[in-house]
Design a protein around this ligand. Structure first.
Ligand SMILES: Cc1ncc(C[n+]2csc(CCOP(=O)(O)OP(=O)(O)O)c2C)c(N)n1
Ligand SMILES: [Mg+2]
Length: 1024
C-alpha cells in the first residue's frame, strides 16, 4: 500500500519555498520525522511526516513553492496511516478528562508521598477534639447584637469540638457562599488576625539542642558584628551592616541547623538566596565551621587582593562560595521564583531527577517595595512551585526608617500573597506570648495586636518594658490586667516570632512539607536585635557599622559571649576549640545535611560543539533570495535541534514575540513548556505551527515579562553549577527592551557567570522601521559593552552570524568560559553573499572586523569604510557609487563588533604603556588599518559612540556617522536619510572627508549635497 504525504495546513501562508530536503528516496521514516523545511519570508518550519514507511518518491525539490495540500512524497508500506480522525487533535473533552484522571492520580499519590503530611492531617482533627473550648474572639466595635454574636461563636466552637476543624471550615465556606449568593460580598478575607498562622498545638518541635544552638547563634552574632567593627576601625570607608543580620540570625540558623541540604554526590542540594547585606552572618558561620579564618574575616570588603571576602554575595568575586547575587534589591525574589520554575522544567523534561529540592529566598520587608519583588509571585502560584519558600524578614525597618509606620507590612504582605495563591505562614509572636494569647478570653489582646501600627511596634522595641506596658497593654483594661502579674522585665522578654527558634522551626517544617503551592514565611523581627541603645529598633540601625566599647560590652552580655572585658576592648573574634561541644555540633549538623552552604561547585560535562559544517548552508550565497538575520538565526537553531549533543540542551526563551521573530515553528517541533500539559484544544490545532503546550515542552514562552525571561535565562545559564547540567539558553527579545529594561538583571547574570546567548532582535535604529521612538534601538551595544564578560556582535550577513554563534557555543559550552554573548539580529530582508574565501575572514569576524570588499579600479584616491549591521550594506552601495561616479577607490570593512575591537585596543595600549622598553604590540584594528590608504569613515545603525570606540586606536583621520537622536516611525529609506546613514549621505560625507583631508577638491562634496538634496542647515537629529 502506498500513501501520499501532503503539505499540511500552514496557516496564512501560500507558495512557501522548500529550502531543505531532510530525507532521501528509499529511506525508512517514522511518523513525526521531519521531511522538508519550508520557509516563508518570515519564518522557516519543518514539516513532519504523519506516516511511517519507506519513501518511494519525493515529489518536491529545493526551491519549489508549495501550499497546503500539495504532494510532498509517496510512502510505500505505510505502517500507521494517519487517518483524518487521528489527525484531528483530541477534542477538548478528552483532554480535560485526561487531565482530570492524572490529577486524581496525583491526589491519590499525595498521601503516599508525604505520610507525615497525612498524619498531620489526621492529627489535626483528633488534636482539635482534645482541645478545650477556646476561641479567639476578635472584639468588633460595630457589634449591634453581642448576644447573637456570642451564640454564633458558641455554635462554631461546638462544631469544632464535636466534628473538628474541617467541618467548621466547610460550614463557614457554605455560609459565605450563601451570603454571596444573597448579594452580600462578604467577608473580605485578605487577612487573618495579627497572630501566628500555626497554632501552638500544631507546632512541630525541633529535635535540636536548644541551649547549644543558642550559644552557637550568639557566637555567630558576635563574630559577624566584630568583623564589621574591626574592619571599619581600620578602614572607616569600607562600611558593612550589623543590624540586618542581627535581626535575621535565628531565621538563618534554624535553616542551617535543620533544613538546608547541601549539594554532594548523592543529592543536588537546596538553593538558598541569602539577603545580600546579611553576608557578615554567613561569613561568621563559615568561620565557626572552619571554612574561613580570622585573616579572611579581617579582609571583609577588601576584594582587590585575593582572599578578601566580598561585600555582598558575588559569585564573580568568590566563585567557590556564593551562588546567587542578591544585593540589588528585588532581583533575588524574581531570580528565586524562576530558579524554582527552571528546576521543575528540568525535572519535567527528564533532564534531572526529582529529589524534592527546595529554593529558599531571604528577603527584606523594605525590599518588598521593589516592583520586581512581587512581580512574579503570580507565576509561582500558577505553576504550583511548592519547591519554593520565601522568608520575608519583617524587622519593620528599611534604611531610612519604618517600612510602614502607619500600617502593617506583615498584614499587607499576607494579603498580597494570599491573593496570589501562596501558602502564607505568619510568624509574628514568640513562645513567651503563647500563654498570654491563651488567656486572652475577651479577645482584647488580639484586638490590640491588630490595631497597633508598625511605627508603634518599632518604637516600643527602642524603649523598655515599662513603655510597652503603658503604650501597648495599657490601651484596654483587659490587656492591662492580662500582664498585671508580669514585671517590666518579663514584658520586655515577650519575644517576636522571628527570634524564636521554636516558632521558626515549626514554620520551616510546615513550609517544607507544603504541596501544590509556594510558601511565604512572613517573620516579625527587630532590626539590630540585641544591639541595645546603639542600634536596636532605632531608625539609624541600618547604617550602624561602628560600636563603641560600651555597646560591645552590652552586646557581649546580651548574648553571653565568653569574652573578657579586655578581649571585648580588642574586639576579638571568638571561636571555641575544635573539640568543643559547639564546634562539634555545628559540624555534625552540616554533615547530616550533606555539607556546607553556601558553596558553589560544578560537575557539569561540557557540550561538544557541533561539527564545523553544521552551518554550511549559511556560508553559501542566498542568490536573489532575501532574508533577515533573525530568520537566519532561526534557521540555525533549527539545524542545532538536529545535533544530538545540543538538541536537548537548548532553552529557547521568548517573551511573547515568537511570531515576530518567525519562531512559531518551534511550538510544534519542540513544544512550549507547561507544567500541567495542555488542557485545551488550541484554536489553531489543525495547523502546522499550532500552539502546542506540553509538560516536557522545551520553549520557555514567558509572556510579556522581560524581567521574567531574563530570570529564566540566568537560571538556565547557571544550570551548570546549580544543577550540574550545562544548558544553552537563547533568549530573543526586542533589542530596545533588552539591556536598558533589564540591565540590573543582566549585571546579576554576569556576576553569576551565566553562559548563554542574548539575542537583541529587531535591532538598529533605522532597521526596525515602523515602531517609533521607544522601539528603535540605537545604543544596546553600548550598554552591552559596559558588562565586562559580555561579548557582543552586530553581524550583517548570515555567515557572520553562523561563525559567531558556533564560536559562542564552543567558548561557553565546550570550553566553559564564563562569558555570555549578546548578538543583534535584524528584521530587514536582503540577499546574503557567499562567505569570502579569504582564510582570515573567519578570524576577522570573531575579532571584530574583516575586509569584505575592495574597489581599486582607479588607483588615485582612496577611502576606508567601516560599517556594521544593515548600514554596512549602505556603505557597500555608497562605495560602488563613489567608484562609478567619482572614480574613488575604497576598501569596505565589515565590523562585526566595535566593542570587541575596542577591548583589544584598550588591552594593547595598556600593555604598550606599561612595557615601554619592550617591543610594542599592535592592536587588531591597527593591524587591519595601519597600512591602508585614505581616511576612515565608520558608520552603524547605532549612535556614533558605537564606532567612535575605536578612534583612539587608529593613527589616522577618523570620522563617524550614526543614529544619534530619538528614533521615530517611518520607512527605512526615510529614516536612513534622516539620520544620515543612507548610501547618499555616505557618498556625500565620503567626498567631504576626502576634501577635508586635502585629497579631493571640495566641489564634489558640494555637488553631491545639491544632487542628493541634503539640507546642510538641518539641525542635528539629536535636536529634532
Ligand atoms: C535596588 C537597590 N536599591 C537600594 C539599595 C540600598 N539598600 C541596601 S539595604 C537597604 C534597606 C533594606 O531594607 P530591608 O529590605 O527592609 O532589609 P533589612 O536590612 O531591614 O533586613 C537599601 C535601601 C539596594 N541594595 N538595592
Ligand atoms: Mg527591613
Amino acid at each position: 500500500m502506498t500513501e501520499k504525504l501532503l503539505v499540511p495546513d500552514i496557516g496564512d501562508f501560500e507558495n512557501v519555498e522548500v529550502i531543505e530536503l531532510l530525507v532521501k528516496e528509499g529511506q525508512e521514516i517514522k511518523k513525526n520525522d521531519p521531511i522538508v523545511t519550508i520557509e516563508s519570508d518570515k519564518s522557516s518550519v519543518e514539516i513532519p511526516s504523519t506516516i511511517g514507511g519507506k519513501i518511494e518518491k519525493i515529489e518536491v525539490k529545493i526551491g519549489d513553492k508549495v501550499s497546503k495540500g500539495d504532494l510532498l512524497l509517496i510512502v510505500a508500506g505505510a505502517k500507521s496511516f494517519s487517518s483524518e480522525s487521528e489527525n484531528v487533535p483530541k477534542n477538548t473533552e478528552n483532554l480535560i478528562q485526561e487531565a482530570e484522571t492524572s490529577l486524581k492520580k496525583l491526589e491519590e499519590k499525595i498521601p503516599e508521598v508525604s505520610s507525615t503530611q497525612s498524619k498531620r492531617q489526621k492529627n489535626e482533627t483528633t488534636k482539635v477534639k482534645e482541645k478545650k473550648n477556646e476561641i479567639i474572639q476578635v472584639v468588633n466595635k460595630g457589634d449591634i447584637d453581642p448576644l447573637e454574636t456570642k451564640e454564633w461563636l458558641e455554635s462554631l466552637s461546638a462544631v469544632i469540638e464535636k466534628d473538628g476543624n474541617k467541618r467548621a471550615h466547610y460550614l463557614i465556606k457554605e455560609l459565605i457562599n450563601k451570603a454571596y449568593m444573597e448579594g452580600a460580598n462578604i467577608p473580605y478575607t485578605q487577612n487573618t488576625p495579627y497572630i501566628n498562622t500555626i497554632p501552638v498545638t500544631e507546632e512541630k518541635k525541633s529535635s535540636g539542642d536548644q541551649n547549644i544552638e543558642r550559644r552557637i547563634r550568639s557566637l555567630i552574632r558576635w563574630n559577624a558584628a566584630a568583623m564589621v567593627v574591626r574592619v571599619n576601625k581600620k578602614f572607616p570607608e569600607l562600611g558593612g551592616h550589623i543590624g540586618t543580620f542581627a535581626s535575621a540570625a535565628t531565621l538563618y540558623d534554624v535553616g542551617m541547623n535543620h533544613f538546608w541540604r547541601a549539594k554532594n554526590n548523592k543529592f543536588g542540594g537546596d538553593l538558598v538566596y541569602f539577603q545580600g547585606h546579611s553576608a557578615p552572618g554567613m561569613y561568621a558561620r563559615a568561620f565557626l565551621e572552619g571554612r574561613l579564618n580570622e585573616k579572611q574575616l579581617d579582609s571583609f570588603r577588601q576584594e582587590v587582593n585575593p582572599g578578601g571576602l566580598s561585600s555582598y554575595p558575588h559569585p564573580w568575586l568568590m566563585p567557590n562560595f556564593w551562588q546567587f547575587p542578591t544585593v540589588s534589591m528585588g532581583l533575588g525574589p524574581m531570580l528565586a521564583i524562576y530558579q524554582a520554575r527552571f528546576m521543575k522544567y528540568l525535572i519535567n523534561r527528564g533532564l534531572i531527577k526529582d529529589e524534592g529540592r527546595k529554593v529558599w529566598a531571604f528577603l527584606g520587608d523594605g525590599e518588598m517595595d521593589e516592583p520586581e519583588s512581587l512581580g512574579a509571585i503570580g507565576l509561582a502560584a500558577r505553576e504550583k512551585l511548592d519547591n519554593l519558600i520565601f522568608v520575608v524578614n519583617c524587622n519593620l525597618q528599611r534604611l531610612d526608617g519604618p517600612v510602614r509606620g502607619n500600617g502593617k507590612i506583615i498584614q499587607e504582605l499576607e494579603g498580597i500573597f494570599r491573593g496570589a495563591g501562596w501558602n502564607v505562614i505568619k510568624v509574628v509572636w514568640g513562645s513567651y506570648w503563647d500563654s498570654l494569647l491563651a488567656n486572652d478570653k475577651t479577645g482584647h489582646l488580639v484586638k490590640t495586636m491588630n490595631e497597633t501600627v508598625d511605627g508603634e511596634y518599632q518604637a516600643m522595641k527602642a524603649r523598655d518594658g515599662a513603655y510597652v506596658r503603658e503604650k501597648f497593654f495599657g490601651k484596654y483594661s483587659e490587656t492591662k490586667k492580662l500582664v498585671s502579674s508580669l514585671s517590666d522585665k518579663d514584658i520586655w522578654r515577650l519575644n517576636r516570632g522571628g527570634h524564636d527558634p521554636h516558632k521558626v522551626f515549626a514554620a520551616y517544617d510546615k513550609a517544607s512539607k507544603n504541596i501544590g503551592s509556594p510558601t511565604v514565611i512572613i517573620a516579625k523581627t527587630i532590626k539590630g536585635y540585641g544591639m541595645g541603645k546603639s542600634g536596636e529598633s532605632v531608625n539609624t540601625t541600618h547604617q550602624t557599622k561602628k560600636l563603641d566599647i560600651d555597646d560591645l560590652m552590652y552586646y557581649r552580655d546580651r548574648f553571653d559571649v565568653p569574652l573578657t572585658d579586655n578581649q571585648v576592648r580588642n574586639i576579638e573574634y571568638y571561636k571555641p576549640d575544635q573539640n568543643s561541644a559547639e564546634i562539634k555540633y555545628i559540624k555534625e549538623r552540616r554533615l547530616k545535611l550533606g555539607g556546607f552552604i553556601p558553596e558553589r561547585t560544578t560537575y557539569a560535562k561540557p557540550i561538544k560543539t557541533p561539527p564545523k559544517d553544521i552551518f554550511d548552508n549559511m556560508k553559501k550565497s542566498t542568490g536573489k533570495k532575501e532574508m533577515s538575520t533573525t530568520m537566519a538565526l532561526v534557521r540555525m537553531l533549527t539545524s542545532l535541534l538536529r545535533d544530538k549533543n545540543v538538541t536537548q540542551r537548548l532553552v529557547p526563551i521568548i517573551p511573547d514575540e515568537a511570531r515576530t521573530f518567525g519562531m512559531e515553528g518551534f511550538f510544534q517541533k519542540i513544544g512550549i513548556y507547561a507544567h500541567e500539559g495542555q488542557k485545551y484544544e488550541p484554536e489553531d490545532s489543525a495547523q502546522l505551527s499550532s500552539y502546542r503546550e506540553e509538560k516536557s515542552g522545551q520553549v520557555l514562552e514567558e509572556g510579556i515579562t522581560e524581567a521574567g525571561a531574563m530570570s529564566s535565562w540566568i537560571a538556565a545559564g547557571t544550570s551548570y553549577t546549580n544543577h550540574d547540567i550545562e544548558m544553552i539558553p537563547i533568549y530573543l527579545f526586542y533589542s530596545m527592551f533588552g539591556f536598558q529594561r533589564i540591565g540590573d538583571f543582566a549585571w546579576a547574570g554576569a556576576d553569576s557567570q551565566s553562559r548563554g546567548f542574548l539575542i537583541g532582535a529587531t535591532a538598529g535604529r533605522t532597521t526596525l522601521a515602523g515602531e517609533g521612538l521607544q522601539h528603535q534601538d540605537g545604543h544596546s551595544h553600548l550598554i552591552a559593552s559596559t558588562i565586562p564578560n559580555c561579548v557582543s556582535y552586530d553581524p550583517t550577513f548570515h555567515y557572520e552570524l553562523a561563525v559567531i554563534f558556533r564560536e559562542g557555543l564552543r567558548r561557553m559550552h565546550e570550553k566553559k568560559e564564563n562569558i555570555f554573548y549578546y548578538i543583534t539580529t535584524m528584521n530587514e530582508n536582503y540577499p546574503h553573499p557567499e562567505m569570502p574565501k579569504d582564510k582570515r575572514c573567519e578570524e576577522g569576524i570573531l575579532k571584530g572586523m574583516y575586509k569584505i570588499k575592495e574597489f581599486n579600479k582607479h588607483k588615485k584616491t582612496k577611502i576606508q569604510f567601516l560599517g556594521s549591521g544593515t548600514i554596512l550594506r549602505e556603505m557597500i552601495a555608497g562605495a560602488e557609487i563613489l567608484q562609478k561616479e567619482y572614480k574613488i577607490d575604497s576598501e569596505v570593512w565589515s565590523v562585526t563588533s566595535f566593542n570587541e575591537l575596542r577591548r583589544n585596543g584598550l588591552e594593547v595600549e595598556r600593555y604598550n604603556l606599561l612595557n615601554p622598553n619592550k617591543e610594542q604590540k599592535k592592536s587588531y584594528v591597527e593591524k587591519c588599518l595601519s597600512d591602508t590608504e585614505g581616511p576612515i569613515l565608520a558608520a552603524s545603525d547605532y549612535m556614533r559612540m558605537n564606532s567612535d570606540q575605536i578612534r583612539p586606536y587608529i593613527n589616522k583621520s577618523f570620522y563617524s556617522l550614526g543614529t544619534d537622536g530619538f528614533g521615530r516611525s517611518d520607512t527605512r529609506t526615510k529614516l536612513r536619510k534622516f539620520f544620515e546613514v543612507d548610501k547618499e549621505h555616505i557618498v556625500t560625507y565620503g567626498l567631504s572627508v576626502l576634501a577635508k583631508e586635502q585629497l579631493l577638491p571640495s566641489k564634489y562634496a558640494s555637488e553631491a549635497i545639491k544632487k542628493y538634496k541634503i539640507d546642510s542647515d538641518k539641525p542635528m537629529p539629536t535636536k529634532l
